[in-house]
Design a protein around this ligand. Structure first.
Ligand code: GLU
Length: 291
């Protein structure tokens, strides 16, 4: 298959069940690639065992299935991908683009910096948290399919960032970049809470010589108190009414599903959505849920 074939993906962390916010992201990503005849992949981002919830990954798979959000090929589990993350880190180490940082979390917090305090950059430590240097990074220009051109200064935004943690676990930035490229993902449609990670991912892709996918950040759902609807904020799991859930998220996505569509099956609703899909109608701003 040619690498320019449209390929999207959904990449949940198994930290809790799907909720309306993650269903919105999954549905938008699915419809956006399916209406172009593309592939949709599923990747479970289970690289942070302490944050994971037993049974959450299975619950997510069942929920997607119930909503008709079918995926192509086998599920990619990040716990199986450590060799690929190690190989990517090794190639950066060989070229001197990363360094091991031994600054303690408390020292960083006391100094009020997210980044290394400085000495580790030239110390040549053999172990620690492996950080990718952004000291020579240019301003990162990237395009969001909904929000237009973006420009980020990584030195200001985050500084040298961690790719491999001190405990040997890969950081999200490394795993996501390696896996999006390995799966030949061409479109990353995901929640706007991940917006600020994109410049870091573009810089890492550039250092690893990997192609940059298209990015599209979807509106977040806000609880009546203004907080993001998220697993961390204990968003309620989805109700069993799959058709109503799908019509609700399509409505929030600005796609104006007709009211009687709720009587249809999930497969019929998704079919309707593929026919009528318009990126231009997706709202740019977060969506406040009624109290
Ligand atoms: N695993 C991340 C999450 O559940 C999503 C990563 C991504 O889409 O890039 O929030």
């Amino acid at each position: 298959m040619s690498v320019d074939h449209v390929t999207g993906r959904f990449a949940p962390s198994p930290t809790g069940p799907l909720h309306l916010g993650s269903l919105l992201a999954a549905t938008a990503s699915w419809v956006d690639v399916r209406h172009r005849g593309g592939r949709w992949l599923l990747r479970i981002e289970d690289i942070d065992p302490p944050r994971e919830q037993p049974g959450a990954a299975d619950a997510i798979l069942r929920s997607l299935d119930r909503h008709g959000l079918t995926w192509d090929g086998p599920v990619l589990w990040q716990h199986d991908r450590h060799a690929a993350y190690d190989a990517a880190l090794k190639s950066l180490q060989t070229r001197g683009l990363v360094y091991a940082c031994r600054c303690s979390r408390s020292a960083l917090a006391a100094a009020g910096v997210p980044d290394c305090l400085g000495a580790c950059r030239t110390a040549g430590h053999a172990s620690g948290a492996w950080r990718l240097s952004v000291q020579d990074a240019p301003l990162m220009h990237w395009q969001d399919a909904l929000h237009g051109p973006q420009c980020d200064d990584l030195r200001q935004q985050c500084g040298d960032f961690v790719l491999m943690r001190r405990d040997g676990l890969p950081a999200y930035q490394l795993a996501v970049v390696v896996d999006d490229a390995a799966s030949a993902v061409t479109t990353v449609a995901r929640g706007a809470d991940l917006f600020d990670n994109t410049a870091r991912q573009c810089w890492l892709q550039q250092q690893l010589g990997l192609p940059r996918p298209e990015y599209l950040h979807l509106p977040l759902l806000l609880q009546p108190d203004g907080r993001k609807l998220s697993k961390q904020n204990h968003a309620p799991a989805l109700t069993p009414a799959a058709s109503a859930n799908l019509c609700q998220v399509l409505h929030w996505l600005g796609q104006a599903p007709p009211p009687d569509l709720q009587q249809s099956t999930p497969a019929e609703i998704l079919d309707w959505a593929c026919t009528h899909w318009s990126r231009a109608r997706i709202p740019r701003r977060a969506i406040a849920l009624p109290a």
